[in-house]
Design a protein around this ligand. Structure first.
Ligand code: SF4
Length: 342
């Protein structure tokens, strides 16, 4: 297996005093519900040909990979967000603009979340390339409640093509997934990305396999994802995303055929609206930012202000770390901030 997930890119350890809220690629993301996303790393061993975040060794846009090396610092920000939201109970969802299993402290992260009395459930998403029986056992013992496994094809050749990694062996992922569901406490949710014209024939097979192995002990067993185009995501030549109407109509047909719920809502995961972590910038506001590190994508820097981290776009060269710049806030969505030097 290729264990160099970074190739030519730098890995930046996001450390104190850089706040862990405000950036899409790392830290805590609050989308105004009782679920908080925890993003410990941007690294990924695969380079899926449909990847919406252009992750992995074959990335085109990334300049830096981020890792929050200090798990306690990450958890301190998680707790901070829970307090600001005034939540008595919260769902912790470990995901990434990469694969969370690349995080060296992933078991410790789950174990420490489990010790927090206000954490109701802990789920994690992965493509499973780095999953072994031993790691699955460790995560289970640490208290992981659900693994969301993106499994896009059962056919090994097609799965390899989709993964963009010639060493990827989906048969291993299937073996471990079957072990998880037969021998561990945690639940499994199978979440294929349906790429129209590429893995259409695989989706019914994945549904059948998922039902046969008994996934979905506590939550729905499947969460089929629609292929979408993203500005910095990988686009497949000649593949047009399906309309939402056609997508849901196919899911409803399979729901009838297989007697399984496929059209999911936040309620299936007990997700409800909740107060947000305070938003500290307004769109088009002029702000002073302090540059603290390299940008995630080419032409970006990392900056901070008002207790938040901000992605600065449209810049060139090395970041002038420690210097202040004035900028215009371009984007304020779900507490994620993007600014342009003015
Ligand atoms: S889709 Fe997931 S596993 Fe595949 S390259 Fe992107 S982040 Fe990595």
């Amino acid at each position: 297996m290729n264990s160099d997930f970074t190739l030519a890119r730098k890995v930046f350890d996001v450390k104190p005093p850089i706040p862990l809220i405000g950036h899409v690629a790392f830290g805590i993301i609050d989308r105004g519900t009782n679920l908080l996303q925890i993003r410990p790393t941007t690294l990924c061993p695969l380079s899926c040909i449909f990847c919406s975040v252009d992750a992995g060794p074959r990335t085109r846009w990334r300049a830096t990979e981020y890792v929050v090396g200090d798990v306690d610092y990450l958890l301190a920000w998680f707790e901070w967000a829970v307090e600001r939201k005034g939540l008595g109970k919260v769902h912790a969802y470990i995901d990434a603009a990469g694969d969370p299993l690349t995080y060296p402290h992933i078991v410790e992260l789950v174990a420490k979340l489990r010790e927090m009395p206000f954490v109701e459930t802990i789920a994690m998403e992965t493509h499973g390339a780095l999953l072994t029986e031993e790691l699955a056992e460790e995560l289970d013992e640490a208290g992981l409640d659900r693994l969301n496994l993106s499994l896009d094809a059962l056919d090994p050749e097609l799965a390899r093509t989709l993964s963009g990694a010639p060493w990827f062996d989906v048969r291993r992922v299937i073996e471990v997934a079957e072990y998880v569901i037969s021998s561990l406490h945690m639940d499994l949710l199978v979440a294929p990305v349906w790429v129209p014209g590429v893995n259409d024939a695989e989706i019914p097979k994945i549904i059948e396999w998922t039902l046969n192995v008994g996934a979905g002990k506590r939550w729905p067993p499947l969460g089929i994802q629609k292929y979408e185009l993203h500005k910095y995501g990988r686009k497949l030549k000649g593949v047009k995303p399906m309309s939402w109407r056609a997508f849901y109509s196919a899911l409803r047909k399979w729901e009838e055929q297989y007697g399984v719920k496929l059209v999911l809502t936040p309620r299936d995961f007990d997700i409800v609206k909740a107060k947000r972590v305070p938003i500290v910038f307004r769109r088009f506001e002029k702000v002073g930012l302090k540059i603290v590190g390299p940008g995630w994508l080419k032409g970006q820097w990392l900056a901070t202000a008002r207790g938040r981290v901000v992605a600065v776009v449209g810049v060139e060269g090395d970041p002038p770390v420690g210097q202040s710049v004035s900028a215009i806030v371009l984007r304020v969505k779900d507490g994620i901030y993007v600014a342009h030097v003015s």
